[in-house]
Design a protein around this ligand. Structure first.
Ligand SMILES: Cc1ncc(C[n+]2csc(CCOP(=O)(O)OP(=O)(O)O)c2C)c(N)n1
Ligand code: SF4
Length: 294
């Protein structure tokens, strides 16, 4: 266990707080993902990002829906709530409003976030709570054994699309950019360093931050999207000279979803909007002040 770094009792001054490592965030529960699943890499990147941020586990809450990827909360020592399929975002917003000091991270799959839960995404974005939303986008329903998901490519054959999917996939990057998310990034577990850095940046961003992680499903996913293939085809936005403050350019690049595997920060609002939680707090403070005399 870590030593608390707050001075509630005045016993441990902040300067004496030990640096956190990934181990401090790893729970005793052993992940049961298939060997080779991309979600292992996502979990490792998350541990590292949290260690770099330095907030102790009891100041963090993970909220997820249902799916293989939604098991994440159980694998951390932070507070965790494995909720209902597609409902992680509203529950996470409730948690953040009730306890604004908590660092809240939402995690789940592309099915959870863009199919059954797709209607919650725009509303979370327009409220702008200080949350980080991590989608492990494997372009398939993993937990229920390989049905098409909202991000499956056209032509994907599966038990629910035996002749190949006849629908255009949802583009998660364009979706959240269009609704005004302040921070939008995409990573892959094949680039652990880049992924860790962008998760850390997303968590530090004041407002709704979205990270789409193309996390391969080794059992039911497209063979073209497995780790080795990703490594060979990824293109880092930073190396391409992309300016992440340019939202229009970010939207142009986001249109390449499914064709070009861009990784890095697509968009970071240089003037972040006020968060929902900070506005609520300001209102509460105002209402607690005594009315003017006279
Ligand atoms: C209300 C409801 N509908 C359907 C399901 C069945 N179900 C569980 S997980 C899942 C989809 C999983 O896919 P995804 O969210 O992409 O996560 P992954 O398993 O790929 O990580 C479905 C349809 C459910 N648990 N609850
Ligand atoms: S079914 Fe796919 S997403 Fe689920 S644990 Fe296995 S590899 Fe990972």
């Amino acid at each position: 266990m870590i030593t608390p770094h707050t001075t509630g009792t005045g016993v441990v001054p902040p300067a004496a707080a030990p640096a956190l490592t990934s181990k401090d965030f790893r729970s005793d529960l052993k992940p049961i993902w298939c060997p080779g699943c991309g979600d292992y890499g996502v979990l490792t990147a998350l541990y590292r990002a949290l260690a770099a941020i330095g907030r102790p586990p009891h100041e963090i809450a993970f909220v997820s829906g249902i799916g293989c990827s939604s098991r994440i909360p159980g694998y951390t020592t932070a507070y965790g709530f494995n909720t209902v399929h597609g409902r992680a975002l509203p529950i996470a917003q409730g948690i953040k409003m009730a306890n604004p000091e908590l660092l809240v991270v939402v995690a789940g799959g592309d099915g959870d976030g863009f199919s059954i839960g797709g209607g919650h995404v725009p509303h979370a974005i327009r409220r702008n709570p200080d949350l980080t939303y991590i989608v492990m986008d494997n372009q398939i329903y993993g937990l229920t054994k390989g049905q098409v998901s909202p991000t499956s490519a056209r032509g994907t054959k599966s038990p629910t699309s035996v002749y190949g999917s006849m629908e255009e996939p949802v583009n998660p990057l364009l979706y959240v950019l269009a609704y005004g998310a302040g921070f939008v990034a995409q990573g892959v577990p094949a680039d652990m360093e880049g992924l860790t850095k962008m998760i850390e940046e997303a968590i530090r961003f004041p407002g709704f931050a979205f990270v789409n992680i193309q996390s391969p499903c080794i059992s039911f996913g497209d063979p073209e999207n497995q780790m080795k293939a990703q490594k060979a085809k990824l293109r880092k936005l930073e190396a391409e000279g992309h300016d992440p403050s340019n939202r229009i350019r970010a939207m142009e690049l986001a249109q390449e979803y499914g064709r070009t595997l861009y990784t890095g920060v697509f968009y970071r609002n240089p003037n972040p909007a006020p968060t929902y939680d900070s506005q609520i707090r300001a209102l509460q403070k105002q209402q607690m002040e005594p009315p003017p005399v006279g």
